[in-house]
Design a binder for this molecule. Sequence first.
Ligand SMILES: [Zn+2]
Length: 461
Amino acid sequence: MGETLIENAYIATMDKDGTVYREGGILIEDDRITEIGPDVRPPRSPEHVIDARHMVALPGFVNAHSHLQQYFRGVYELIGDFYKVNLPLEGYRRPEDMEWLGPASCAEFIHAGCTTAMVIYTYPHGFAESVAQAGFRAILGADIEEVDLVRLMDGAYHYLPEKGEAAYKRAVDLHRKWEGEAEGRITTIVAPKAADLALPETYLKCKDLAEEHGLRMTTHLSQSWREVTQVQRLYGKTPPQHLQDLGVLNNRLTGAHCTYATEQDLKLITRAGMGILHCRAVTNPLLRWLDTGIPVGLGTDDYFHDMLQLLRQNLRGQRTRARLAGGSEGMLASNSLTARPSPRRLLELATRGGAETLGIADKVGSLEPGKKADVILVDMLNPLLTPTMDPLTSIVLYGTSDDISTVMVDGKTLKQDKRLTTINQREALTGAQGRVEEIIERFFADHPDQRENWEKRTRKN
Ligand SMILES: [Zn+2]
């Protein structure tokens, strides 16, 4: 690939010191950043030069927890029943659907400035193919669970050991086939779904698998009241206590959500050095977690993969939380844009924070010499963003994915002049649309009550 020089950029490195160069350059050699600063002078003339005047260079976003459920947009949000629609719908996808859904998903991540995503999915093989082709970077996990989703629709927990066995096998296959593939851009993680959906034996098998191959683990943790109640009923413990007693709670585990974690749970989490993946429950005690020193990464979770939108939701969510709590948690100016967390702090969580939580900060998450050249350029020449006295605040508060003009992974450009370069977006999206209509039709055919429900809600009101 040779050398690329990005010059004249406003650079927010997101390194530990929060270094910003108001005008500077980034020198990239093959897949790595070799030099960065106000005065970068390449020893010879670089093969590619990007004039980034009026642009902000940031490390690409690290989306620390996501699934590929965005295919069901326009159905799930309207019906809004996680157990009756969301979970069962997932069962209607087939591995071969990924031929279309995979490129559409990669297109969404890249378009939104994401350069690394942790993706947990039932059919990760198909998605891995798309990641490899698109030049994207992903940590892939196969959902491991044994609960019968059909019976869960009616509120009954019924476990199918053979389902857990098959899911575990998919996870092993995923690791064997994909770990370190696509020039090292694909790695794997072990992902038992949640303590109410997977049994203790399964968690222990996952732990062994992770230890044997030096992998990290991730799970949904205290996400719903239903989960907490079921775990309490089965084991007489909270989900973190349960995992602690299984020997799974440690600094190689990340837990998504933690919405219903108790004070005691937080102590366990802190002591274990475990990271929290904070998603769309934006009124969760994010500031409390950060003040406690818990590593936090941000993830879009399910129906959209727009990190900038997620940051804004968090700003609003934390302000609402502070208001409801009477301005506590150090957020005295809870109506002001200066309320904690600052836009800059959120950007940091969306980049280096995610990388640290997932254990990949030696490679990505900040713009520093020696790190992978995963860079995004935000075009500030947009009346919604300029003029501004602080470009980073403007980007977080008013920026959209459309303002991200360049996305680079491993020094290779995946989006240039606001267009994807490795994916035929039109083909990917129209193909995915057709496939999604088929999947949803299959679901509605089996569940006419949900079809009726959906049709009712697409009419007025
Ligand atoms: Zn999730």
